[in-house]
Write a protein that binds this ligand. Sequence first.
Ligand code: SF4
Length: 376
Amino acid sequence: MPEKSLPTMPPDPSHHIRQIFIEEGCAHLPYVQEICERAQLEGLVIADRTEPPVSYGSFPKNLQSGKQHLLLCKNRGAFFKPCPGTREYRCCDYHVLNIGMGCPMDCSYCILQAYLNNPWLTFFVNTDELFAELDLAFTRTTQFWRIGTGEFTDSLALDHITGLSPLLIRYMRDKKRGVLELKTKSVAINHLAGLDHNGRTIIAWSLNAPAIMAKEEIRTASLDERLAAARQVAAMGYKVAFHFDPIIYHQGWQEGYRATIKKLFATVPAEKIAWISLGALRFLPPLKAIALSRFPGSTFFHEEFITGLDNKKRYFRPLRVEMYTHILAELRAVASPHTCLYFCMESDEIWQECGFAPGKSQSLPDDLDQAFARTL
Ligand code: SF4
């Protein structure tokens, strides 16, 4: 008799790591040993500032094998920086905590393919300096800090081996002038249970139409898995957030985004959602050739694009407005009035064309801060 199939958890993206390299200057750190133990891999020590001794092959094919290799090293630059927004588009005034570079998951549209110089993944282990920079920000200024770790990597994809997010969550618990947002496409959340977060960390998922998630987001959790995880962290007392980004034009996009929104609000309590952002596909021009050589079936790159004021390719304005208007209407019908709906990097004109009041885009940072304050 065939065995009844058991429900399976999606593989943790950190399981994709096959080899760890350690910069010599960091090899003595207990944190490095902890990471190797959690990964159950023996790290190979290499000289500081050198490349892992692997022949990766030519770019961009090397990105495939690079995702299996993790370099533990020191961050020699700043950990904490303003998000690199552009003046021409409305920015949410986010601050990036740079914990590492690269991601074990593999999305065809991932901007990191065109942005990073190295095929391997990097994680910065000099966390004393990371926390010292945060200390400075919190003690020397009076501003409110919205902080995210998901700019050059996924916030939780390697967390089961790095164990960083619990340290950050505990650090933020008594920071009255800050909120930490951990953005992910994984469901690596079990280790977040039982932490004393004091409501100062938001766990966020990127969402898309089901067809895009299934075809273009390799090694990520499915829609059902992400929403089930969001429901679980909401039950752990965390607030949650969602990012429809990148919104991609494809056959059946209206039904696709509608279906995702319907499932989202059927699964996650609306009052637990602090904010939801929308951002249509935008990319640096070199990304198209890189992505198509790795993912020839990603036909959405063959649509027509304009070059935006930030030199990134974007859909023509009427199409962006059409997609935003449709998705916003779906969201406005079901979202809590306390959830902040906003655009990531769009012009004031687009905000108004999509039904936001004049001046709404300028108040975005304040609106997000208030949306967070309402969740406490
Ligand atoms: S999950 Fe994010 S960082 Fe990772 S490959 Fe996809 S887009 Fe890139």
